[in-house]
Design a protein around this ligand. Structure first.
Ligand code: ADP
Ligand code: MG
Length: 306
């Protein structure tokens, strides 16, 4: 393509809400045959809400909510925002029933990327996160998740939601369910991408069942779930080793390395700064429809490959 065509393409991109890092980016955009989509914050809005709370036998709902909100208060994850906000709404509504309303002291907070969080709340070690992670912790070694809680969690996952297990005093004490919403334009965008000859792949740290449910709702056939933040980049390499030219769209801190590894990285403008820095293209408003727009634009600018 002539420099003029590229300049026009870059200008047209700006009009579409797409910021292009350099002219060479259009070439990679045109060649992409696979589009990897991060789930949370990319295909879904990433704004989570607390939808249910299931205390274990002998635990009250307000106890469960108080300790969960306390341990999550140090985390910046969307799950933490859902739990702290949801707990305070539910606790305020049930205030007359709550035994004590003091503010707990939280110390020794630590976040474990893609797994969960832990802190000491009023002297009690509390954990919140994935069941598989809790099971491997020192505090919980040998304690199984109560069957009734596992059943609630499974039902939530089937519905595309995410269960968060809460444990203290060496036992799983309850499960909270958080839910996200699929972006309204997601299904239409996936259909367009497929029509353009790209294979969509959903990549997430979330559980397999929730991921499948989102994939079903949006028309994605390939799902890679339960991936740790550090492993997302390996999944991109694996696809590249299979001979694919990979575009990836993501928004999170945990997506940055994978976005940089992809042949073409597309960051949601609504996402983390490191994700934007690692990417070739930024979709300013976080509108997914800009993904096929960007690919169509580069194909028009450079002419279609034959
Ligand atoms: P995604 O790849 O979809 O953006 P993450 O890698 O951020 O997801 O998180 C993966 C999983 O790790 C979550 O679904 C959750 O089970 C667990 N997790 C991460 N952070 C937290 C937290 N603050 N509290 C509870 N669970 C968490
Ligand atoms: Mg994300």
């Amino acid at each position: 393509a002539t420099p003029t065509a590229i300049l026009v393409g870059t200008g047209r991109g700006a009009q579409l809400g797409i910021v292009i890092k350099g002219p060479e980016v259009l070439e990679d955009t045109r060649r992409a045959d696979t589009i990897v989509l991060d789930k949370t914050g990319t295909v879904t809005t990433g704004v989570m809400a607390l939808t249910a709370a299931y205390p274990a036998a002998g635990v009250t709902e307000s106890e469960l909510l108080c300790l969960a909100a306390a341990v999550e208060s140090g985390s910046e994850h969307p799950i933490a925002a859902a739990i702290t906000a949801g707990a305070s709404t539910r606790l305020a509504a049930g205030a007359p029933l709550a035994a004590s309303n003091h503010l707990p002291s939280v110390t020794g907070f630590s976040a474990h990327a893609g797994l969960g969080v832990r802190a000491i709340v009023d002297g009690l070690p509390v954990l919140a996160g994935r069941a598989t992670w809790l099971a491997t912790s020192d505090e919980l070694a040998g304690h199984a998740v109560p069957e009734i809680l596992a059943a609630h969690a499974e039902r939530a996952e089937e519905a595309g939601q995410t269960p968060v297990f809460i444990a203290w005093d060496g036992q799983v004490r309850g499960v909270l369910v958080v839910a996200d919403t699929v972006k309204p334009a997601a299904a239409e965008t996936i259909a367009r991408l497929k029509k353009m000859g790209l294979t969509p792949v959903l990549l997430t740290g979330d559980n397999e069942r929730a991921a499948r449910s989102v994939a079903r709702a949006t028309g994605i056939e390939r799902v890679i779930a339960g991936v740790l933040p550090s492993e997302k980049v390996d999944e991109i390499k694996r696809l590249q080793e299979q001979g694919r030219t990979v575009a990836m769209a993501g928004d999170g801190v945990n997506d940055a390395a994978a976005l940089a590894q992809a042949d073409l990285g597309l960051a949601m403008g609504t996402g983390a700064d490191v994700a934007i820095e690692a990417s070739d293209l930024t979709l300013v408003s976080g509108d997914l429809r800009a993904v096929p727009d960007a690919i169509a634009l580069s194909r028009r600018t450079l002419g279609t490959i034959k």
